[in-house]
Design a protein around this ligand. Structure first.
Ligand code: NAI
Ligand code: MG
Length: 391
């Protein structure tokens, strides 16, 4: 039997993760769930939001299902630390970023597929009326490097500044005082490029997408975006049935509303992938529907894109949409070869959405709060129950 490391985390992570487990159980997926500690509570109590015991569990069992965590700015984090740990040099860092780095979860996959009948679907004017293009785009976001590598300085040390000044373009900044100079670097490695592009093409082949788009900006970011595109042009040769397209991130954002239905798989660096995946998620219903996978060579962690939504965590019954979490669980099933079970769950979700009898508050475009039920919204558990009834 498979063992899944279940990490509910904080806030609504604690609400939606058990809902996904209910659906997994109902579809007949037999697994042991080991609940693992992660998040704010462990920062406050132990000075570490990602305890070593959780890392060890993932190391051992390889597959994690994650809810969401709460992060707060440095000062707030320091204040909430247990008094016995104060001033001992503990520094808060985000445990999900920590997981991605520790296990080198370098490929983030974010499918953005519209469900027919979802009132949040993007619609577009056509002739005298409107049309609803069905989006089915899967974003592959490089998850560990690029502009989010974390190599950055304000007032860079002398050696760094000198190294930068060996670049002719740095002349423009030579008189800027150190304290007025901030630098964030965009680091791209050829191996990571190759790996994500290859995986994107494999995914396109397995799931029947006819194109892979590299969404970068090689005309300006000649080195980093340039390397991505160059590697893609080599890799595409192994996939004669799939077209390679390339777009610039800025133009792609503009085309988001023009022809989103044309794009199959999209590959982008960390920050561009962050941007483009939120953009596409907006077309298919937003945070209540946005699922994701973080895939490394050895370990994989599946999570909804949304955070812990603290303002709703105390509401009982819960109002939040469990679908993003349940779809993340489907990605986990696909990853471990249980594709048919994943398909059954996705079909059940599709039926519930198309029937339209049960809608969480976000699907009704209501402002969140305890009064949403009176306005016709269903609870988190009712949504799960309805999905299970359609399996
Ligand atoms: P958020 O994603 O928690 O919430 C943003 C808004 O989206 C909420 O106000 C809510 O209206 C809506 N929303 C989120 N999930 C929903 C769901 N399942 N159903 C219906 N509506 C939903 O982001 P926010 O408010 O910026 O951050 C809250 C906390 O979450 C912060 O501490 C932040 O650091 C953390 N966070 C954690 C992430 C993670 O665990 N991967 C990702 C994003 C934020
Ligand atoms: Mg984001």
């Amino acid at each position: 039997m498979k063992t899944i490391v279940a990490m509910p985390g904080d806030g609504i992570g604690k609400t939606v993760l058990p809902e996904a487990v209910k659906v997994l159980t109902a579809v007949g997926f037999k697994a042991d769930y080991i609940y693992a500690d992660i998040g704010w509570e462990y920062w406050c109590k132990e000075g570490n939001a990602l305890p070593q015991r959780t890392i060890d569990l993932l190391e051992k069992h390889k597959v994690g299902l994650f809810g969401a965590i709460t992060s707060k700015p440095k000062d707030a984090a320091a204040k909430e630390l247990d008094p016995s740990l104060q001033d001992k040099g503990y520094v808060y860092f985000s445990p999900i970023v920590g997981l991605r780095q520790h296990f080198n979860l370098d490929i983030c996959i974010r499918p953005c597929k519209s469900f027919k009948g979802n009132p949040l679907n993007f619609i577009r004017r056509s002739g005298t009326g409107f049309e609803e293009p069905l989006v089915d785009t899967v974003i592959f976001r490089q998850n560990t490097e690029g502009l989010y590598s974390g190599v950055e300085w304000t007032n860079p040390p002398k050696a760094v500044r000198e190294a930068f000044e060996s670049h002719p373009k740095m002349k423009a900044f030579k008189d800027v005082p150190g304290e007025d100079l901030a630098i964030s670097t965009r680091i791209v490695t050829r191996n990571a490029c190759k790996r994500i592009i290859k995986e994107a093409f494999e995914y396109a082949r397995e799931f029947g997408y006819s194109n892979v788009t590299i969404c970068e900006k090689p005309n300006v970011l000649r080195e980093t975006s340039g390397m991505m595109l160059k590697e893609a042009k080599i890799i595409v040769k192994d996939y004669p049935q799939i077209q390679l397209w390339d777009t610039n991130i800025d133009a792609q954002m503009m085309w988001l509303t023009k022809n989103p239905e044309n794009y199959g798989v999209i590959v982008a660096e960390n920050m561009f992938g962050d941007i483009i995946s939120d953009g596409f998620a907006g077309l298919i219903g937003g945070l209540g529907f946005a699922c994701s996978a973080n895939i490394g060579k050895d370990v994989a962690v599946f999570e909804p894109t949304h955070g812990s939504a603290p303002k709703y965590q105390e509401l009982n019954p819960s109002i939040v949409n469990p679908i993003a979490m349940i779809l993340s669980a489907c990605m986990m099933l696909d990853h471990i070869g249980e594709n048919q079970k994943a398909e059954r769950i996705k079909k059940a979700i599709a039926i519930v959405i198309e029937e339209g009898k049960f809608r969480t508050y976000d699907m009704m475009k209501l402002k969140g709060g305890p009064d949403v039920f009176a306005k016709g919204a269903c609870t988190t558990e009712q949504m799960t129950g309805e999905i299970i009834s359609k399996l």
